[in-house]
Design a protein. Structure first.
Lengths: 258, 290
């Protein structure tokens, strides 16, 4: 479904250039859920943004559904691939009602039957009909993220890019959103690429994952390897140990990887 | 070292906000004591954990009112202390670290100077002495090349380093108590580990009392000695951190149940909230507002 080969993303040029992504390759099968994990600055979100077409300074090759992606994307591409952002406070227009927010993708793609689609879309993400004419500030963080998911799904894409979809939410709300995403994937046979810094979220949601550090993939592994806590690469091992909680001795053994 | 003698005693603390739509009680009758230990304050957003921390230092926003039977610290009642008294305590004896160093550091002053200023204000030391101590402190929070970092501006340092600089600034007056409000939530896991190790050493080596405010149950379970679980402005239960996973209160159990687990991808338990968790607690004692 998705093929990324030798992806490079560089911001700026000359001596001050920042090499955010340095030769990343991975592929994701149809209906699979793939995780990209790393610490801040590892380039994981940049990969996602390049895939979505939010970033034009990239080189390499990317295909989605067999189609090569250029620097400019056709409208049809965006119908097949949608993205959900980290911060539901920033990603929804503050002066648009939920109804406006969900109408826009339909208008862009010239899809009719707007009223019915919106009410079905809301129902699917577990929102009540009375949420339809509310503004984002009248919704909780979890409800806003549900709106963002509904907006991505309303044009029936086959691929969903999820950029830290629950890191701004409380754990009880995170659980609801993760359950929702799991159910939607099963029901619609969606393909997910999930970016997260949280290994347990990725282990919960994904079949396979790539660990990124300093713009490179250091290791790609099946989630089973992670579950039995047996990754191969030293960086992944350290990341795993550090995510398991506080250990005074562990703090003195940290190494830097570049 | 005696860890049971309490440094701080909070009795029946209330924080009430007046808003356009009525009054909101963010903290409702919270009581606890702090020894020379790592005390975790966990809860979800809106549980009142941060407001509890702020109220101790009198940092509640202008539209809020604090009341308490007492907040006892070293023979003083902080709930009734005047502004002058509070200024002597704030920073010097009880200090606070906020979540995001980007908003807590002054963007136009070099970090070394900011740390030195904290030392000079509270000790009256000279400029040169304060600078020397500031660099020493940066060294203690394991910043490599402290001399160089002291000359940087806040935007030139990473988030993890910024938080270590904040910690250096808060610890340089050698406070008895440190209130840390989500000090590691904005940090990567490996940096988080290093920052926690610094706080841990301060508690163990200097006998500081630490109030560690966090939403992360697993972290608190592994880092703290004791944990207060807050919900709706009240304390649901108090536990030994090592026994957090044996918690009995349905709210704590609910929180633990909805954490994603490395070992499984089964659907997560969804929290069912019970209004009965929030016991009616009368109200703040009349006339106790300073």
């Amino acid at each position: 479904m998705i093929e990324v080969r030798d992806l490079f993303v560089t911001f700026g040029s000359g001596a001050r250039a920042v090499h955010a992504v340095r030769g990343v390759s991975f592929s994701v099968a149809e209906g699979e859920s793939f995780g990209l994990v790393g610490e801040s600055g590892s380039g994981k979100s940049t990969v996602l943004r390049a895939m979505a077409g939010l970033n034009r300074e990239w080189s390499g090759s990317m295909t989605v559904g067999g189609e090569f992606l250029g620097k400019r994307r056709r409208k049809q591409f965006h119908r097949a691939l949608q993205m959900v952002f980290q911060d539901p406070f920033g990603s929804l227009h503050p002066r648009h009602t939920v109804n406006d927010i969900l109408s826009e993708p339909l208008a862009i793609h010239g899809i009719g039957d707007v009223g019915n689609r919106i009410s079905r879309g809301l129902e699917e993400v577990g929102l009540a009909p009375e949420h339809r004419f509310r503004y984002p500030h009248q919704l909780s963080g979890g409800q806003r993220q549900r709106v963002a998911i509904a907006r991505a799904l309303i044009i029936s894409p086959s691929v969903l890019l999820l950029d830290e979809p629950t890191s701004a939410l409380d754990v009880s709300v995170q659980a609801e959103i993760l359950n929702l995403l799991q159910r939607l994937r099963r029901e619609r046979n969606l393909t997910y690429v999930l970016v997260s810094h949280d290994l347990s979220v990725v282990a919960h949601m994904c079949d396979r994952l790539a660990i990124m550090n300093a713009g490179r993939v250091v290791e790609e592994l099946n989630v089973e390897r992670l579950r039995v806590r047996a990754p191969a690469h030293a960086y992944t091992k350290q990341l795993l140990r550090a995510s398991l909680g506080y250990d005074r001795a562990e703090a003195d053994t940290l190494e830097w990887f570049d | 070292m005696n860890t049971t003698a309490s440094l701080l005693e909070v009795e029946n603390l209330w924080v009430r906000f007046r808003t356009a739509t009525g009054t909101v009680d963010a903290v409702r009758g919270v009581s606890f004591s702090l020894g020379r230990e790592r005390l975790g304050l966990v809860g979800e957003s809106g549980s009142g954990k941060s407001q509890t921390g702020r109220a101790i230092l009198g940092l509640t926003a202008g539209n809020g009112r604090i009341s308490a039977d007492h907040i006892r610290f070293d023979g003083l009642d902080l709930a009734r202390a005047g502004d002058r008294e509070m200024r002597k305590i704030r920073g010097a004896r009880i200090s606070m670290i906020m979540q995001d160093p980007r908003y807590s550091l002054n963007p136009v002053i070099r970090v070394g100077e900011q740390i030195a200023e904290a030392y000079r204000v509270h000790t009256g030391a000279g400029r040169w002495e304060a600078r020397r101590r500031a660099i020493e402190m940066l060294d203690r929070v394991r910043i490599r090349d402290a001399e160089k970092v002291a000359n940087l501006y806040p935007h030139e340092v990473s988030g993890g380093m910024g938080q270590r600089i904040m910690i250096a600034m808060m610890l340089i007056p050698d406070p008895d108590i440190l209130i840390a409000d989500e000090p590691t939530s904005a940090l990567d896991v490996t940096v988080r580990l290093q920052v926690l190790a610094i706080l841990d050493d301060m508690v163990r080596e200097r006998g500081m009392g630490l109030i560690f405010i966090s939403h992360d149950l697993n972290l608190v379970a592994s880092f703290c000695d004791r944990v207060l679980v807050m919900y709706g402005g009240q304390i649901m239960e108090t536990l030994d951190a090592s026994r957090l996973h044996e918690a009995e209160h349905p709210y704590t159990r609910g929180l633990l149940g909805c954490l994603p687990d490395l070992r499984s991808n089964a659907d997560l338990a969804v929290m069912r909230r019970d209004p009965a968790w929030l016991a009616p607690v009368g109200g703040p004692r009349p006339g106790s507002t300073p």
